[in-house]
Design a protein around this ligand. Structure first.
Ligand code: 13P
Ligand code: SF4
Length: 311
């Protein structure tokens, strides 16, 4: 790139020229969050992608999120700054294995967390996110048998909280699995008045210390509304950027990993997107998300069902 180029100005110019909207997840780098037209959690971003009248969606998040945008808005060009931005939950659930798993439980309804491939969505009855999962499960009959994939921690959390039996696919998020209960308890002892806010992708031994458990947007709401001056945040630490903007007088501490600091918990997939790659994908309109139309149509059905059943 030309060193004299003002990337921020160029992104602004190109987005107008191409009628593009820039959507970003809370786990993106602060400069990406700040230049985006909209920052949100998985559900907010799906809704924005479905409703936008832009011609181009620049999706600053991971690939499954950009795929959701394409599934819901197939006529639009959807670009992702780095096509290698995957997700360990998606990787943990290969579609062919998942198909056999579903076939082995024929009387079960299939609920999948949105963090999965389009091919896994196509095998699913209803998609959920961390912000609507409880609300959706509560609409199902009490005796409904349920498969939950691919996150066994979110599935386990829902199963315990809602007192529902679920057959869980054994996938995990490598980022939320890094938190150390031992180090968290030590940190809590040093900050006895600080509540812990945790994402349900965390293992049960972390979630059990949390005063608030929820999606990224619900954690942000909790952080701004609580009277506490210091909050321990058990999710990907780039979310702290929005917390500091909303409540500059409060202190936010990322929950620690086994080494006692929070830097190990950044998502390596989200980190592949940079402001330079954002500029390039907007300039060149590549790489684009392309989906097989049969898979797209089959994946759209459980996503639309999610949107209809969401609060
Ligand atoms: P939410 O933003 O929907 O809570 O999801 C978190 C996440 O892991 C995204 O990959
Ligand atoms: Fe996937 Fe975890 Fe990264 Fe979210 S934080 S994109 S679930 S690996």
């Amino acid at each position: 790139l030309d060193p004299g180029l003002d990337i921020m100005d160029e992104i602004g110019r190109l987005r107008r020229e191409k009628n593009a909207v820039i959507l970003a997840h809370y786990y993106q780098a602060p400069e990406i969050q700040d230049i985006a037209d909209f920052v949100g959690d998985s559900l907010d971003l799906s809704r924005k992608a479905a409703a936008t009248d832009a011609d181009v969606i620049v999706f600053c998040g991971v690939r499954f999120m950009a795929e959701v945008a394409k599934i819901l808005s197939p006529g639009k060009t959807v670009v992702l700054p780095d096509m290698k931005a995957g997700c360990s939950l998606e990787d943990s659930c290969p579609p062919d294995d998942f198909r056999k798993f579903v076939e082995a439980h024929p009387d079960h309804m299939v609920l999948s967390y949105i963090n999965c491939s389009a091919a896994v969505k196509a095998l699913t009855d209803i998609i959920v996110t961390s912000s609507n999962a409880e609300h959706i499960v509560n609409q199902l009959p009490a005796d409904q048998k349920i498969i939950f994939a691919p996150d066994r921690h979110l599935g386990g959390y829902l199963s315990r909280k809602l007192n529902r039996d679920m057959v869980l696919w054994p996938g995990t998020c490598i980022v939320h699995e890094q938190f150390s209960e031992k180090e968290l308890v030590k940190l809590m002892a040093r900050h006895p008045d600080a509540p812990v806010a945790a994402h349900p992708e965390c293992p049960a031994q972390i979630v059990r210390h949390a005063s608030h458990v929820g999606s990224t947007s619900s954690i942000l709401k909790f952080a701004s509304e609580t009277d506490a001056e210091t909050i321990i945040v058990a999710t990907e630490p780039h979310i702290i950027h929005q917390m500091e903007k909303a409540s500059p007088h409060k202190t936010f501490i990322g929950a620690p990993g086994a080494d006692g600091n929070c830097n190990c918990n950044t998502c390596p997939f989200m980190a592949l997107n940079t402001i330079e790659k954002l500029y390039l994908c907007l300039r060149d309109l590549t790489p684009t998300i392309e989906l097989d139309e049969t898979v797209r149509v089959a994946a759209e059905r459980p996503l639309r069902r999610m949107l209809e059943m969401s609060p």
